[in-house]
Design a protein around this ligand. Structure first.
Ligand SMILES: C[S@@+](CC[C@H](N)C(=O)[O-])C[C@H]1O[C@@H](n2cnc3c(N)ncnc32)[C@H](O)[C@@H]1O
Length: 381
C-alpha cells in the first residue's frame, strides 16, 4: 500500500470530524484524490522572517509527504517564475506567492458551498496545481468541469498531474478573467484566485439563476468570500460568507509595480479613531472599500495608505497623550475616506463580512452592509 493512503485517509477523517466534510461524496473525493501527485515540491515560510523568506521542501525530503497531507496551503511558485525545485536545499528566498495548492479544507468547503447539481456545468478559474480541479472532476465528472489557468508552466504541470491521477476535465490556459474563450452557458463558477471586481464575461457566461463563488480582494489584500446568483445577463447579487478566506489575486487584478515608499510631508490633523482598527480582518476590508486604489502598509496605530496613481498618501501615528494624528497629502484624502467608512461600519456594530452583500449591474458593482439600500461602496470597475 502506498504510504500516502493512510495519510490521505487521516486527513479526510480529520476534515469529517471538524465538520468540513458534511457531504459523503466530497468525503470520498478527499480520501481518493492523491494530493502528492499535484503538489510535488513546495515552499515553506521561514518562521519569523521579515520580509517573509521561503525555503523549498523537495519531493522526497523527510517530512515532505506528511506536509502534503496536512491541511495547509502549499506554495508552489513565487513571483510568477520561481519553483521550489529551482532553489537549492538549505537556501531561502524572498518572493511573492503566485501559485499554490490551497488548503484542502477551504477547497472542499467551497466545492460543497457551490451546491452543484448532477449534470450542471462548472467553470473553475485558477487551476493551480490541479488538486481542486481533480476533486471537482472526481465528484462531478470530467464532462461537467472546465478549468482555466493563466500561467502556461503551471497549467502544463497541472494537466500532467490531473492525467496521472486518472481525470480528464477540460483544461484551458489563458486569462480566466475573460471566462471560457469559447463562450459557454455555465451553471456555476468557482474562483480560486481573488478579484477586485466581478469580471463582466463571468456574468454573461453563467446562466441566469446560476451561481458564482468568488473572493473579492484589492490592493490592500483584504478579502471576503461571496456567493452571488446571476439575476440576468450582466447582473448578479449575493452575500459574503462567514469565515476568513483569502486567495492570491488574479494576476491582471494585482496591484501594479511601484517604487520604494518615500513618505512626504503633508497636512496634519488629529484623528479620533484608533488607526489599528484598519489592521483587523473586517476593518482592513472596510478601509479597502473606501480607498480602493490605495495600498495599506504599517502596523498597529502606525498605518500608511499610499495611492501611487495620484501620489496621495496618509500616515497615522500615536501621540504621547494617547490620541492619534494623521498626515495627508495629495488630491485624494485617503484617511478622510477611510475614517468616514470605518465610523459608518462601527456605527452598525462593526459586523463581520457575513453581514455584507454585493449587487452587480452593467454600470456599477456595489458592496453594502446589511441591506441593498444600506451604506455601501462602489468597487473600482
Ligand atoms: C491559489 S492558486 C489555485 C489553487 C488551485 N485551485 C489548487 O487547488 O491547487 C491560484 C492560481 O490562479 C492562477 N491565476 C491567477 N490569475 C489568473 C487568471 N487571470 N486566470 C486564470 N488563473 C489565474 C494562478 O496562476 C494560480 O495558479
Amino acid at each position: 500500500m502506498s504510504a500516502s493512503v493512510p495519510l490521505r485517509a487521516a486527513l479526510a477523517d480529520a476534515l469529517t470530524e471538524d465538520g468540513t466534510l458534511a457531504d459523503p461524496e466530497w468525503r470520498r473525493a478527499a480520501a481518493t484524490v492523491p494530493r502528492h501527485l499535484f503538489v510535488g515540491s513546495y515552499f515553506e515560510q521561514v518562521p519569523g522572517s521579515v520580509p517573509t523568506r521561503y525555503r523549498p521542501v523537495h519531493q522526497g525530503d523527510a517530512g515532505w509527504l506528511r506536509g502534503v497531507y496536512t491541511d495547509r496551503t502549499l506554495i508552489t511558485q513565487l513571483d510568477g517564475r520561481t519553483r521550489p525545485d529551482d532553489v537549492a536545499r538549505g537556501t531561502a528566498v524572498v518572493g511573492s506567492p503566485s501559485s499554490s495548492s490551497t488548503l484542502p479544507s477551504l477547497v472542499l468547503r467551497m466545492w460543497q458551498r457551490l451546491d452543484v447539481q448532477p449534470g450542471q456545468r462548472v467553470l473553475e478559474i485558477g487551476t493551480g496545481t490541479g488538486y481542486s480541479t481533480a476533486l471537482g472532476a472526481h465528484c462531478l465528472g470530467d464532462d461537467s468541469l472546465t478549468s482555466v489557468e493563466y500561467d502556461p508552466v503551471v497549467g502544463a504541470a497541472a494537466a500532467s498531474a490531473i492525467k496521472a491521477a486518472g481525470y480528464a476535465p477540460r483544461l484551458i490556459t489563458g486569462d480566466g478573467l475573460r471566462g471560457d474563450p469559447g463562450g459557454g452557458a455555465y451553471d456555476r463558477l468557482i474562483a480560486t484566485c481573488s478579484v477586485r471586481y466581478i469580471p463582466v464575461p463571468w456574468l454573461h457566461q453563467v446562466k441566469p439563476g446560476g451561481k458564482l463563488l468568488v473572493t473579492l480582494s484589492g490592493w490592500s489584500y483584504a478579502s471576503g468570500l461571496a456567493l452571488l446568483t446571476v439575476t440576468g445577463p450582466g447582473a448578479a447579487a449575493g452575500r459574503f460568507l462567514t469565515g476568513y478566506t483569502s486567495f492570491m489575486p488574479a494576476r491582471p487584478h494585482d496591484r501594479p509595480p511601484r517604487p520604494a515608499l518615500v513618505l512626504l510631508p503633508g497636512e496634519e490633523r488629529p484623528t479620533g479613531m484608533d488607526p489599528a482598527i484598519i489592521g483587523t480582518w473586517t476593518g482592513s476590508w472596510v478601509a479597502q472599500l473606501a480607498a480602493p486604489s490605495a495600498e495599506r502598509m504599517g502596523a498597529g496605530s502606525e498605518q500608511i495608505l499610499w495611492d501611487v496613481s495620484t501620489g496621495s498618501q496618509s500616515r497615522t501615528a500615536s501621540r504621547a497623550d494617547g490620541g492619534w494624528t494623521v498626515v495627508q497629502r495629495g488630491p485624494v484624502r485617503l484617511w478622510d475616506q477611510v475614517e468616514t467608512a470605518v465610523q459608518t461600519w462601527q456605527g452598525l456594530g462593526a459586523p463581520h463580512q457575513e453581514d455584507f452583500g454585493i449587487t452587480v449591474s452593467a454600470a456599477r458593482q456595489r458592496v453594502w452592509i446589511g441591506a441593498e439600500d444600506g451604506p455601501g461602496w462602489d468597487l473600482p470597475i
